[in-house]
Design a protein around this ligand. Structure first.
Ligand SMILES: N=CN[C@@H](CCC(=O)O)C(=O)O
Ligand SMILES: [Mn+2]
Ligand SMILES: [Mn+2]
Length: 363
């Protein structure tokens, strides 16, 4: 157990006073005796297995240290010791399910300590691990969530996307369904998942991958007798096949197309996020960097041919942070092998900075 934070937390040092402080001067290791005061926990997920199984270009396992390096020099107006770095959960080879279960345990531990959690992926298979942590910390044991819990097993259980029956389609499949339609009738907290992404990631596949996490979550929620409340900002129509749109409609997924998320529609995007957050009790924000134009985010597995402009993505993320319900953010699909001048990592770091500084009290 080291009391030193990850070596990537280094950078320019203009002095030790609060007026000079940067992220790298505020981060401490989870084992540091001062960690009890921290309001933000960082957990890395070093994993290539999800993207490899989804036939993408691998390299996301190198993303957590690249993201730390991009965050390190940014100015930090909070206290030293306000950020704990819990280190990385690393996945060897194809051992994806075991790694996701370990990520869930690490996330649940930090949420249980009362911290806001930022997970540094990994491909989008990171989302299943983030969800396992949220499920353990926020949903397990909550009133009304008992019926399907035994069937779902422990925190590490993982329904195969190919073997669990799909949920029943609603009488009239509805694009942009009202948030209250997507909530359960139980007293368990309603968890909302807001995905900023060009893709639904509701893929039907024989094994979990970076393309399947939200179908896995939908089926898990159904087994537990809970609602599935999922919204996506930035869907690229040509990059999602008809079956993915049909699955989204059957699950009452709310979404905005990338063409409806350009800068002239920024207020509509903000309103979409605000309305979605209003219909849930706790919010999970997941940012897949491939929704941004390839010029902004070249360092991903599947770069966008069109994309949502950075200011719109930032506005959506900030709106989520300001909801007062945000429990966890993860940033996924960074692939440093294909990045140019770290521009994808820097865009991701700016988004994380803007979310975290609005979510965590800095005083
Ligand atoms: N997380 C991955 N999502 C996409 C990848 C699409 C692609 O490789 O073109 C998906 O599976 O749909
Ligand atoms: Mn994705
Ligand atoms: Mn994507």
């Amino acid at each position: 157990m080291s009391t030193q934070p990850h070596p990537a937390w280094t950078g320019r040092n203009d002095g030790e006073g609060p007026e000079h402080r940067r992220w790298h001067q505020a981060v401490i290791a989870a084992e540091d005796p001062a960690a009890g005061e921290a309001g933000l926990a960082i957990v890395g997920f070093a994993c290539d297995a999800g993207v490899a199984r989804n036939a993408g270009r691998t390299g996301a396992s190198a993303a957590p240290p690249a993201l730390r390096r991009a965050l390190a020099p940014l100015a930090w107006r909070g206290q030293p010791g306000a950020i704990v770095d819990a280190g990385d959960v690393s996945v060897e080879g194809d051992a994806l399910e075991d790694g996701q279960a370990r990520l869930g345990t690490a996330v649940a531990r930090q949420l249980g300590a009362g911290r806001f959690v930022a997970v540094l992926g990994g491909g989008h298979e990171t989302a299943w691990g983030s969800y396992l942590g949220l499920r353990e910390a926020l949903l397990d044991g909550a009133a009304g969530s008992g019926a399907g819990q035994a069937a779902a097993g422990g925190p590490g259980s993982q329904p195969s996307p190919g073997t669990v029956p799909a949920s029943q389609p609603p009488a009239a499949a509805e694009r942009r369904a009202a948030p209250e339609r997507a909530t359960s009738g139980t007293h368990a907290p309603r968890l909302g998942i807001l995905n900023l992404d060009a893709h639904f990631d509701l893929r039907e596949a024989p094994r979990p991958s970076s393309g399947t996490p939200f179908l896995q979550i939908a089926r898990d929620a159904q087994e537990r007798g809970e609602g599935f409340s999922y919204a996506v900002v930035g869907i690229s129509e040509p990059n999602n096949t008809r079956v993915l749109f049909e699955t989204a409609d059957a699950l009452c997924v709310r979404y905005l197309l990338d063409e409806d998320c350009q800068e002239d529609r920024i207020e509509e995007v903000r309103a979409f996020v605000r309305e979605f957050a209003a219909g849930v009790d706790a919010l999970y924000l997941t940012i897949d960097l491939d929704l941004m134009p390839a010029a902004v985010a070249p360092g991903v597995s599947a770069p966008a041919g069109f994309g949502v402009p950075f200011p719109v993505v930032r506005a959506a993320a900030i709106e989520a942070a300001l909801s007062g319900k945000l429990a966890l953010v993860d940033v996924v699909e960074l692939n440093p092998l294909y990045d140019v001048d770290s521009r994808t990592a820097k865009a991701a770091a700016r988004l994380l900075h803007d979310v975290v500084t609005r979510r965590v009290a800095l005083a």
